[in-house]
Design a protein. Structure first.
Length: 301
């Protein structure tokens, strides 16, 4: 691929826009829950569209920031190698973005995320400072240390499930219910499927680089079944909606399972190599389908 160094195209590729579904879905679910609960509890005027937009922008910028950090750190550590890499090409490894410019972009994205997130203190209180600080801190710790220790899946559950869904809900209604917590965990499981297929593809190169991901630790066959299991478990956890009388929010996401299972079958057939990148793309699509179906189920149910 011909990409001019430090060009707009280079930065778009470095930002990895396809991964933004993972940032959008938790906020989308949190907002749908807040909107419906504000109506159910007869709390007119409590839902703020400004806060909703700020939550979404913060999530997007933090996702891009995480992608840039991952690009730079994996290149610096030698985890990304132009000859052996199986995943999509990376900006630093390919020389599309200079190292100095990447460092500047990481600093800029981090500062921008803080500026966008700061006004949320006015909606959710000073506790939002702690939430924002944790997001920034673990954004760096994930790639630099924790992913190499096999803790990536835990962080996905927390920072793509619990934190964004619950925080988005909290800035609107200033509380968090059990239903919201369960929904956030289900969301985290669905998004973890993206990390699982990514690490499943890279299991051999990660093992050689000393990156002890969960897939490396438990092996290929159990990882395949875990990929299937996180999708099934997330849908079963949706029973919490049904028990609260929101049966559409439980039933509609079952359609997501069809896509999830089809991708799983493709993973079993493909097994290894660059062909798994197609499964990665399908998983990102499936995540968006899940979030959309949950949100629709909540809003019209």
């Amino acid at each position: 691929m011909e990409v001019k160094k430090n060009s707009l195209k280079a930065w778009v590729l470095a930002a990895r826009p396809k991964t933004l579904t993972g940032a959008a879905v938790p906020v989308m679910i949190g907002l749908a829950l807040a909107w419906t609960d504000a109506a159910s509890f007869y709390l007119p005027g409590t839902f703020s569209w400004v806060a909703a937009i700020l939550c979404l922008l913060f999530a997007f910028i933090m996702q891009v920031d995480a992608n840039l950090i991952n690009d730079f750190v994996d290149y610096a550590k030698g985890t990304d190698d132009r000859e052996t890499r199986l995943g999509p090409e990376r900006a630093c490894t390919q020389g599309w973005v200079s190292i100095d410019r990447m460092k500047q972009a990481i600093a800029g994205a981090t500062c921008l995320a803080c500026l966008v997130g700061l006004p949320l203190v006015g909606y959710g209180g000073l506790e939002m400072l702690l939430v924002g600080a944790a997001c920034v801190l673990f954004c760096f710790l994930y790639t630099t240390h924790l992913s190499y220790m096999g803790l990536g899946d835990v962080l996905v559950l927390v920072f793509f499930g619990l934190v964004p869904v619950c925080a988005t809900y909290y800035v609107q209604l200033h509380t968090v219910t059990l239903e919201v917590v369960v929904a956030s965990l289900a969301c985290g499981l669905v998004i973890d499927a993206l990390l699982l297929v990514n690490n499943f593809r890279d299991r051999d190169t990660d093992a050689r680089a000393g990156k002890r991901t969960l897939v490396v630790r438990i092996g290929a066959h159990p990882s395949l079944w875990l990929y299937l299991g996180v999708g099934v478990a997330a849908c079963l956890m949706g029973l919490v909606f049904g028990l609260n009388g929101r049966w559409l929010a439980f039933l509609l996401p079952l359609l997501y399972l069809v896509f999830h299972v089809l991708t799983w079958l493709k993973m079993k057939q493909t097994w290894q190599g660059r062909a798994l990148n197609r499964c990665l793309g399908e998983t990102a699509r499936n995540i968006f389908i899940y979030g959309l179906l949950v949100a629709i189920g909540l809003l019209i149910g």
